[in-house]
Design a protein around this ligand. Sequence first.
Ligand SMILES: [Zn+2]
Length: 213
Amino acid sequence: MTVKQQLHTWLLPLLFFLCLAVIAGCGCGETKVSKVNYNKYNSLFNDMNGTQLKAAQLFGIVPVDDRSYAFDDDNRLVKVSSCDAYKIDKLTHSVPYLTKGASVLLRTIGENFRKRLDQEGLSDCRLIVTSLLRTKDDVKRLQGVNANASSNSTHCYATTFDITYQRFDGGSKSSGERYIEILSDVLQDLRKQGRCYVRFETNQHCFHITSRK
Ligand SMILES: [Zn+2]
């Protein structure tokens, strides 16, 4: 077999699959932010679990046992999908459902964030939602991975979701730190209006947000 024939029979297909593997593994299209002012956000967003839990129990659903629950039949829940305002990440320990109040809050956060990017002339990107409603079973499984996971999680009430500050869908690397500042401003505005409680979580690399409606 000539070198040219070898190239066609196995070298080129191999290169093609290698490229595919690299593209699939690199999270292309996302802006990763490595520099984060942890002290600033820790002190700005420190609504503790007890405070968030009171709102969750007041406005949320009764926690459900496991994934066999008929989420779509529960008229207090809204199914949440990626849209122009945010992207839903690949979910491992939660399902894409929220209360109506929390789903409106999430949409408002995403829309306000993009409006601010536009006003500042920054390249457009979307927020990434990393966790939503958890069943009791999800929480148990999560505790196996993360010892800090609370057994009394507000995520069980469908009032709570996480937005990562580590990654943004689209955008440009040079604006990464500014994206977090803008997200922080958007959250602080809504928090001051009494719309939500927010906790900055360093372990989970996210803003943990509970709706107060
Ligand atoms: Zn959370």
